[in-house]
Structure formats: C-alpha cells, structure tokens
Design a protein around this ligand. Structure first.
Ligand code: NAD
Length: 336
C-alpha cells in the first residue's frame, strides 16, 4: 500500500506535534515542513532530518547553516495532503494561494472560520462526514474537549441544554507575548465562540458558552452544566467515560487535583513533550441534581487536537473506517 504523503505548513505549537505524529504512522510519510522563519524549532527539525522547504526570498536558513530541501511549491506539489498549522486566518489565504490552484487536499485548524472547510471535525463524533472531503477543519482545543464528553452524555441521557464556562490558559508555555499576567479577563461577547463552534460538529446540541482567560499556561479548564432528558446516573456515566477513547478519568483519590498534576502525570507517563491528548475529567467533580449534570474537565491545548489531525488525514484520503483509524492513531501515539 502506498503511504499517504503529508506536508505540514506552519511548524509551531500544533505543526511540530502533527509532524511528529505523522512520522509515527505506518500508513503515512512526512514529505516535509515549511520553514517560515529561522528559529530553534527549525534547528530541531533539521537535527531529526525533517526536510525543510522555504518561501521565496527566505535566506535566513542557509545563513544559519541549514540547507533547505527546496521551495514550498515543490513541497506542496509532492504531497497528497497538506496539514495547515499556520496562525489563524493564514490557512484561508493558503487555501486560495496554494491548495485550490494545486488541487491539493488540506486539513485546517480551529483558528480558521468553519466556512474555510467542508466539514468541522472531531474524530469520535463525526468521522464519517469527513470521508473523501478535500478540506477538513479540526476544531479548536476547547471545542474538541467539549465535544468528546458531551457526545457521551448525549448518547446516554439525551441533552436538552448545555451551559459551559471555559477558563482558558492565557498563553502557551513557549509564548512570551500573550497574557494576562495578573488578571482574569472575561470574553465580553455572549455566547463565546465556543458554543456555536461545538454546533458545527454536533449540530443538534443546544449549548451556550461563556469564557475567561487566566494567568496560566498549562491547560484550559471547563465547568459544564448539562440539562439532560433523563436523570443521569453518576457511576454509570463514569463507567462509560472510562470506556470512551481519548477521555481520561482523573481522581482526587490519586492526588490528581489540578492541571499542574495532570501535566506531571503526562510527563511521568513518558509522553512526548509531556503531552496529554486525552480530555481529562475529574471523577469526584461529577454530580447531579435531578436531570442536571455538573462536571469539570481539563484540556491540554497543545496536544488534544493532534490525534484528530491524523484521523482527519485518513478521512480526507478516503479511509472509511473511523473506529479503525482512531485505533491506529491511538496505538501509535500511546493514547488511551
Ligand atoms: P504558532 O504560532 O505556535 O505556530 C504557527 C507557525 O506558523 C509558526 O511556526 C510560524 O512561524 C508559522 N507561520 C506564520 N506565518 C506563516 C505562513 N504564512 N506560512 C507558513 N508558516 C507560517 O500557532 P499554533 O498555536 O500552532 O496555532 C496554529 C493553528 O492551530 C491556529 O489555527 C490555532 O488557532 C490552532 N490551535 C492552536 C492551539 C494552541 O493552543 N496553540 C490549540 C488548538 C488549535
């Protein structure tokens, strides 16, 4: 079987992880990455022998001792599919500038508007709808986390209405430009964009979201109130969540009481870069009052969407069995 030839455009927080994950798939080959600007990231990519393709007029690479493999046009021509991990809105420009003229399939990230792609994607919710599509958008980290658990609750009890509050990390750990450093910054727009974004994946879900940013870099935290159609049962829900792929139950009893301890757990598990691609839910923080279900969960923003990108590549290339793709991806990345 021919391997799927994948190019990664944009080698930052998400792109470098997608590139690593592609390299771990038996059915995929990383043809190369784009080098937008010279940095330590490019030194690391060069060290691990990832071919770097540069933009016209870019010569920072050769000046710093890195020999580019060629120009980005050659990379895109050689690829079957491009995973666009550039900053938000650049993906849409790339679609028009490169992917449409070159007739190449592309995967976009959550920073792009839904209309940039034909389908917004969370593998365990709507894999089928992405099969053979040319343009797929892997939704944002927060939306992916919301969708994974809400799908389980909806399947078990039916959902009338969901209220969710996102407590978001102010910046990624390697980001020296964003904040806040000493404030809680609410999103002064209701609903926050997360609710409508969830509906691009779970269109029948009645959801209203609010959000705020806080002074942390590790993870996002979500507080969820879900009004179900039937009375939820906590032990039953815990058992079901435990049995669900890409969801990890964490427990106060094992002293995982915070996002800091979830990150420490990921490091202890020997995860690449200390990543936790599973959505983490606190077992002791699941409760009910009648038909209302309450729970708290945490999202590792840097890695939760990485397995989704791999499944999105397979779906776009016509691999029809979503369950099998999820299994292959999980096995390769050592994800539950
Ligand atoms: P980033 O800033 O860490 O990385 C972007 C990379 O793209 C950088 O290496 C930059 O040099 C490069 N780049 C900039 N302009 C480019 C261009 N025109 N062509 C090619 N490369 C270019 O960004 P990120 O955090 O990895 O985010 C990428 C996408 O993933 C965004 O849509 C974002 O919303 C989404 N996303 C981010 C996170 C997160 O927490 N970081 C989580 C989920 C989804």
């Amino acid at each position: 079987m021919d391997k799927i030839k994948v190019a990664v455009n944009g080698y930052g927080t998400i792109g470098k992880r997608v590139a690593d994950a592609v390299r771990m798939q038996r059915d995929m080959e990383l043809v190369g990455i784009t080098g937008h600007s010279y940095s330590f990231r490019m030194e690391v990519a060069n060290d691990i022998k990832i071919p770097i393709y540069v933009f016209d007029g870019e010569n920072d690479f050769s000046q710093n001792g890195i020999s580019p493999a060629g120009k980005v046009d050659e990379l895109f021509d050689a690829a079957d599919i491009i995973v666009d991990c550039t900053p938000k809105k650049v993906g849409k420009e790339n679609k028009e500038m490169y992917y449409i003229p070159k007739k190449k399939k592309a995967i976009f990230q959550g920073g792009e508007k839904p209309a940039t792609a034909q389908v917004s994607f969370v593998a365990q919710c709507n894999y089928k709808s992405a099969v053979n599509k040319d343009y797929i958008r892997v939704v944002s980290c927060n939306t992916t986390g919301l969708c994974r658990a809400l799908k389980v609750v909806d399947d078990l009890y039916g959902l009338n209405m969901v209220h969710a509050t996102m407590i978001r990390r102010g910046a990624d750990p390697g980001d020296i430009f964003h904040g806040p450093i000493n404030a809680i910054v609410p999103v002064l727009e209701l609903p926050s964009h997360h609710g409508p974004d969830v509906q691009t994946v779970l269109p029948n879900l009645n959801i209203f979201t609010t959000a705020m940013s806080v002074s942390t870099t590790l993870m996002h935290c979500h507080s969820i109130i879900a009004e179900c159609k039937k009375n939820p049962n906590v032990p039953e829900l815990i058992a079901k969540l435990n049995a669900t792929t890409r969801i990890r139950m964490v427990r106060n009893a094992e002293k995982v009481r915070s996002t800091a301890e979830i990150m420490e757990l990921a490091r202890d598990l020997g995860r690449n870069r200390g990543d936790m691609p599973e959505l983490s839910l606190w077992e002791e923080a699941i409760g009910t009052v009648g038909k209302n279900l309450f729970y708290l969960q945490a999202v590792h923003q840097e890695s939760i969407v990485i397995p989704e990108n791999i499944d999105a590549i397979r779906a776009a290339m016509g691999f029809e069995d979503g369950r099998k793709s999820i299994e292959m991806t999980n096995k390769s990345l050592n994800v539950k």
